[in-house]
Design a protein around this ligand. Structure first.
Ligand code: RIB
Length: 314
């Protein structure tokens, strides 16, 4: 049963809020190469904020904890979260600091390369999280990513543990030396590239995804869900359950934030007390739908869109 008064699933997110500066290009430039862009737009993004918008559009009550800068971007980013019914009482405006930024390049096949500049996200400290203990304690699920400083994320994990709040960590961006405590949570949701970096073994197919996910279980999470793009997701859990969940077939426009839609949807389904296998099917549909539209937050699907896609599959 949800902790919220409304009976809606309650999701809290401690995470990044970025302005995405997005360039479309036929091919992504390699080192030392200059390529021509086909268009530019700025859109709200940041893994934390994208997951917040995803969860809100899928029907959860969502509380965002984070920081924006005292600039025009910060004002716009807050407005976008509020427009999507995300509660931003836990978001602080950091004076004299720029908002987080991401330079996103999307190629003709919808693949992307992203470079982030932390800005205000880098000013989110453990104390800022401790100040929001009430929000975390009141959540059904806490959602975290790695675009905030590691000690900040760790303080959120410890608070969630103190209040027995289920925790999902999307370990992105990934590092080979990710502290094991960051992964010692209920569920982690790396994509195939991140999982490969953490384990030091590239994922090439569903089979190698299962091997790498099994290695990640040793870090302590109850379950590892590795997303593998068009091929869907692989689950490995502590009771040695190993399963592949194929993704719905869609026409890809832009894969940016597909993983955020996936993790946001997984959090909502878990907060609704769904079985993990059903939650992964739901998340697969949300992740696929995020690829049919351009951009990060603008592409997050609604509950109706996800349910229609799942209905069509059955
Ligand atoms: O996951 C996509 C997101 O990664 C973008 O919105 C960008 O801001 C970076 O955080």
């Amino acid at each position: 049963m949800s902790k919220s008064k409304s009976g809606k699933p309650m999701v809290a997110i401690v995470g990044s809020i970025n302005m995405d500066l997005v360039v479309k290009t036929a091919v992504l430039p390699g080192p030392g190469q200059t390529v021509r862009g086909r268009g530019f737009s700025s859109m709200p993004g940041g893994k934390g904020a994208n997951q917040a918008v995803a969860a809100a559009r899928l029907g959860a009550e969502v509380q965002m904890i984070g920081k924006v800068g005292s600039d025009d971007f910060g004002e716009h980013l807050l407005m976008c979260l509020n427009k999507n019914q995300v509660d931003t009482a836990g978001v602080v405006v950091a004076e004299g600091v720029s908002s987080g930024l991401a330079i996103v390049m999307v190629d003709g096949r919808g693949e992307n390369s992203i470079c982030i500049v932390a800005g205000a996200n880098g000013q989110m400290h453990a104390d800022d999280v401790l100040a929001q203990e009430e929000i975390i304690a009141g959540a059904d699920v806490l959602l975290l990513q790695l675009e905030l400083p590691v000690p900040t994320v760790l303080s959120a994990i410890r608070l969630a543990r103190k209040h027995a709040v289920k925790t999902i960590v999307d370990p992105a961006p990934a590092a080979a030396d990710t502290p094991p405590e960051l992964l010692n949570v209920d569920i982690i949701t790396p994509n195939h590239i991140e999982a490969g970096i953490m384990v030091g073994e590239p994922i090439k197919d569903v089979r190698s995804a299962k091997t790498v996910a099994s290695a990640l279980v040793a870090y302590g999470p109850e379950a590892v869900v590795v997303t593998i793009g068009e091929k869907g997701a692989v689950l490995v859990d502590k009771s040695d359950r190993i399963r592949h969940f194929p993704a719905p077939k869609i026409r890809i426009v832009d894969t940016t934030a597909a993983g955020d839609a996936f993790t946001g949807a997984l959090a909502v389904a878990i907060a609704r007390d769904e079985k993990l296998s059903d939650a992964i099917r739901y998340a697969n549909a949300a992740g696929a739908l995020a690829c049919v539209k351009f951009g990060a937050q603008p592409a997050m699907p609604t509950r109706q869109e996800v349910e229609e896609l799942l209905g069509r599959q059955e």
